[in-house]
Design a protein around this ligand. Structure first.
Ligand code: NAP
Ligand code: MG
Length: 453
């Protein structure tokens, strides 16, 4: 028995399509197919697995525009973001298509024989995807997991299942056998929970809220199930007086308002050295007012709506507690819009300074010196990303070593490149995605000693 969920376009509030939702029985059946598909996928010649992943990448490439259009309609992502996201799935598949022939172990010197290690795939991997980046986060999980020889069951967020469903179809079209990569739309409390409790699922990759992540980790502990968590953030954008202040002010809005602030890497706290604080704020204002908050299907749109009425009221709840210093624009009419907003924080104890808003809101605070900047940045339960603006190389090094976060950038806001590792310190998560080592996190090391007797 299953029920349906009506996908809603967040820019128009109009229904898009009804999606069948899996129940426990359907989830178990999909996991069972993944179990059955595992031995032949694992035993496929590495070069053949590579060829299938490259073909999958080529099919995604042919469908970038179609996938992007789906994402604009389902998630309200801007056209520019959505095309980048679809292309990211292609690139991640291509990158990890080189992994099957390179899952290289060690040969370790021992007396009386030889000792070798193998990176053995785990079996079935369960991937739980949030609604904020439906395509990239799916790809960061399934591409390296498949490359390492695992089969994959993937649950998209209830709100945003459409691109994941299409990627599942493209995988089959590329020649992946039934059960190698299955997309199972459904509720977190049903399909997601089942990934955690089902004994055949050997690893869970979860991206989402810290609250649900903690529950998943606790559930996985029951079976010593492997787990990767990518959780929330409250990342700092630290601007020193010696920086290019114009560049720092012009780029700061895009580091937090991209994807309407629904980004775990959002630089939602701006720390500015006191001597340039007024100058920075006066430059930030026109930059925020200049963000093009438009219908996401408009090719010039830089920011779309929030994902849902619920998310909009969560964000509004934060705004109701504070005074907004200045804000940008938003369209009139239907859609879950919130105008980008800047708050001058008064205390590090304010909720706006401590909690993840996951909306287009940024809090700004002055600091006096390097030591205070690092202390303020680290005064958080989170530690995902961050930016440091300075022209002093020594300071850039000291501060980037001092900030407790997994993905930092200097004089730039980039967090994610598929060939570099990504993940959080502290309560922002555990484990790393992307980069050269990601396939290893979908394997267990096996050591074999072979006697020469
Ligand atoms: P969430 O509940 O953590 O959802 C993330 C994913 O986990 C979704 O696929 C969800 O499924 C699933 N899920 C929910 N409960 C589950 C459970 N008990 N067992 C297994 N899977 C479960 O996040 P949300 O409620 O959508 O968003 C709330 C807040 O989380 C946001 O405001 C934001 O602060 C944060 N968040 C962070 C990220 C990130 O990138 N780190 C992403 C999303 C949200 P369903 O949605 O289908 O129920
Ligand atoms: Mg939730």
């Amino acid at each position: 028995m299953s029920n349906t969920y009506t996908v809603v376009n967040p820019a128009t509030e109009q229904p898009v399509v009804d999606v069948d939702m899996a129940d426990i029985a359907a989830t178990d059946a999909a996991i069972e197919r993944a179990v059955e598909a595992f031995p032949s996928w694992r035993d496929l010649a590495p070069g053949e697995r590579a060829r299938l992943l490259r073909r999958f990448a080529a099919l995604v490439d042919e469908h970038v525009e179609e996938l992007a259009e789906l994402e604009v309609r389902n998630s309200g992502h801007t056209w520019g973001n959505a095309t980048w996201e679809a292309a990211n799935v292609r690139d991640v598949l291509n990158y990890y298509s080189a992994a099957p022939e390179r899952l290289i172990g060690h040969q370790i010197p021992v007396p009386g024989g030889i000792d070798v290690t193998f990176h053995e795939p785990l079996g079935v991997v369960g991937i739980i995807v949030p609604w904020n980046f439906p395509m990239p986060i799916a790809g960061w999980g399934f591409a390296p997991a498949l490359a390492a020889g695992n089969t994959v069951v993937l649950k998209p967020a209830e709100l945003t299942p459409l691109t994941a469903i299409r990627l599942g179809e493209l995988g089959r079209e590329a020649g992946l056998a039934e059960g190698v990569f299955s997309v199972i739309p459904g509720r977190g409390s049903i399909v997601g929970e089942r990934f955690v409790t089902h004994p055949a699922v050997r690893k869970v990759c979860f991206t989402g809220s810290t609250e649900v992540g903690k529950r998943i980790m606790a559930g996985c502990a029951d079976r010593v199930k492997r787990v990767t968590l990518e959780l929330g953030g409250k990342s700092a954008n630290i601007i020193f007086a010696d920086a290019d202040i114009a560049k720092a002010a012009a780029s700061a809005p895009y580091a937090v308002f991209d994807n309407a602030g629904q980004d775990c890497c959002a630089r939602s706290r701006i720390l500015v050295q006191r001597s340039v604080y007024d100058e920075f704020i006066s430059l930030l204002r026109p930059a925020v007012e200049g963000v093009k908050v438009l219908d996401p299907s408009d090719r010039s749109s830089e920011m779309g709506p929030l994902i849902s009425a619920g998310q909009r009221s969560t964000v509004q709840g934060f705004l109701d507690e504070v005074e907004v210093a200045f804000s940008g624009h938003k369209p009139d009419g239907p859609g879950f819009w919130v105008a980008p907003a800047v708050v001058l924080a008064e205390s590090t104890q304010q909720r706006i300074w401590r909690e993840e808003v996951f909306g287009p809101v940024v809090a700004v605070m002055p600091f006096d010196d390097e030591e205070e900047a690092i202390a303020l940045a680290n005064d958080s339960d989170f530690g995902l990303s961050g930016s440091i603006f300075t022209r002093d190389v020594g300071r850039a090094l000291r501060v980037s070593r001092g900030v407790e976060a997994g993905a930092l950038s200097v004089n730039s806001h980039s967090s994610v490149r598929y060939w570099t590792p990504f993940g959080g310190f502290k309560q922002s998560g555990i484990g790393r995605e992307l980069g050269p080592d990601a396939p290893h996190s979908f394997t267990d090391v096996k050591n074999v000693f072979i006697s020469n007797e």
